[in-house]
Design a binder for this molecule. Structure first.
Ligand code: APR
Length: 322
C-alpha cells in the first residue's frame, strides 16, 4: 500500500515539530520546505528527525529543501510559512507580511501539488486560509485552517487543571475566528458526559474561557515568540484525520456561507471561520450544525465580523483576492 505524502512548508518551530510528530505517528513520508536561505535548516531538521527513527521505531522518509518540485504528489500540504508574533503584537498585526508569503507558497502548491488538501497554520489564520483558497483555486473543502483544534485543546487543558481530572475526559467545543474573540462554548463542554456547569462554578468556567482566548498571547509573553508544540499537535490531529480517513469531528476554519449564518443568501461572499467539521480523506466532508443560544450567536457574529474585517484588509492589500 502506498504511504501518504505530507509536505510541510516552513521548517521553523511549528513546521519542524509537525514533521517530527507526523513521522512519530507514521502518518506518511514528509517533505520539509523553506526559503533558499533556510534550505540547510529544512535539510538538517529532516535529517535530524530521520535519525530518531531507529530509537522511536518509525518507518518513513524525511527530506528537506527549498525546491517545490519535491512536494509533487502530496496528499496533504501543511503551510506554516510566515513570521510568528512578538510580544505586544496581535495575530492580526502579521497580516501584511504573511499574506504575501502565503500567496507565494500557495502558487507553488497549485503548480506542484494540485491534488493536495491544504492545511493553513500561518497567522492571522482565518485570513490566511482565505488567501490560500483564492490563490490555489482549490475547492473550499480542500483548504482548511488549523485553529479550533488548538484553541479547544487549550480550553480542555485549562479545565482539566481546575478539575484535577484527566484531559481525556474533558470534551469541549469552540467556534469563530482564531482571534481574541473566539467563542469557547461551555454549553457544549462536558466531563465524560457530565455538563461542566455541574462540576465547576461559573466564575471558574469563565476564567478558563478567558485563558483559552488569551492562551496564545500568554505564551508569546513568556517566550518572546509564539507557541509551537500545541499548534503542531492540533495540526497533526487534522493530518491524521485526513490521511487515515477518520471522519473526526474537529473545529476547523472551514468555508461557510449559509452555515452558521456567515453569509446567508450571499453566494460567493462566505468566509473561513471556526466551526465543527467532519474531517476525512476528502477534507471537510461536512460542517456540523448546532443550535446556539442568542448570546452564543451574538458572540459568533462578532467574531465573524472581525474575520470579515481582516479579509477586507487582505483585499485592500491584494485586490486580486477580492
Ligand atoms: N516559503 C517557505 N518558508 C518560508 C517563507 C516562504 N516564502 N517565508 C518564511 N518561511 C519560513 C521561515 O524561513 C521560517 O523557517 O517559515 C518559517 C517560520 O518559522 P518560525 O519563524 O519558527 O515561526 P513558527 O513559530 O513556526 O510560526 C509560523 O504559524 O502559528 C503561526 O503565527 C505563526 O505565522 C506564524 C506561523
Amino acid at each position: 500500500m502506498r504511504r501518504a505524502k505530507i509536505s510541510v512548508i516552513g521548517a521553523g518551530n511549528i513546521g519542524g515539530e509537525c514533521a517530527r510528530s507526523i513521522a512519530m505517528k507514521e502518518l506518511g513520508d514528509v517533505v520539509l520546505i523553506d526559503i533558499p536561505e533556510k534550505e540547510g535548516v529544512a535539510k538538517g531538521k529532516a535529517l535530524d528527525i530521520a535519525s530518531c527513527a531507529p530509537i522511536e521505531r518509525f518507518d518513513c522518509t524525511l527530506t528537506g529543501g527549498s525546491n517545490y518540485e519535491a512536494i509533487a504528489g502530496s496528499d496533504v500540504v501543511v503551510v506554516t510559512a510566515g513570521v510568528p508574533r512578538k510580544p505586544g503584537q496581535s495575530r492580526d498585526d502579521l497580516v501584511g507580511i504573511n499574506s504575501g508569503i502565503v500567496k507565494g507558497v500557495c502558487e507553488n502548491i497549485r503548480k506542484h501539488a494540485p491534488n493536495s488538501i491544504v492545511i493553513l497554520v500561518s497567522n492571522p489564520l482565518d485570513a490566511m486560509v482565505y488567501v490560500a483558497w483564492k490563490t490555489t483555486g482549490f475547492h473550499h473543502s480542500k483548504v482548511i485552517g488549523q485553529a479550533g483544534a488548538l484553541d479547544v485543546a487549550r480550553f480542555r487543558a485549562f479545565l482539566a487543571m481546575k478539575l484535577g481530572c484527566s484531559v481525556e475526559d474533558v470534551t469541549a467545543l469552540l467556534l469563530g475566528g482564531h482571534g481574541d474573540d473566539m467563542v469557547p462554548l461551555p454549553n457544549f463542554t462536558s466531563v465524560h458526559g457530565i455538563p461542566i456547569r455541574q462540576l465547576l462554578p461559573e466564575n471558574v468556567i469563565t476564567e478558563c474561557v478567558d485563558r483559552a482566548k488569551q492562551g496564545g498571547g500568554e505564551i508569546v509573553k513568556l517566550m518572546g515568540t509564539s507557541a509551537w508544540y500545541a499548534p503542531s499537535a492540533g495540526t497533526v490531529q487534522m493530518v491524521e484525520a485526513i490521511v487515515r480517513d477518520k471522519k473526526r469531528i474537529i473545529p476547523c476554519a472551514a468555508y461557510c456561507e449559509d452555515e452558521y449564518g456567515v453569509a446567508t443568501g450571499q453566494p460567493g461572499k462566505g468566509l473561513f471561520v471556526g466551526v465543527p467539521v467532519v474531517l476525512g480523506s476528502k477534507g471537510v466532508e461536512k460542517i456540523v450544525p448546532i443550535t446556539l443560544t442568542g448570546d452564543e450567536k451574538a458572540l459568533l457574529d462578532k467574531s465573524v465580523s472581525s474575520v470579515r474585517e481582516l479579509v477586507g484588509i487582505v483585499k485592500k492589500l491584494m485586490p486580486e483576492m477580492a
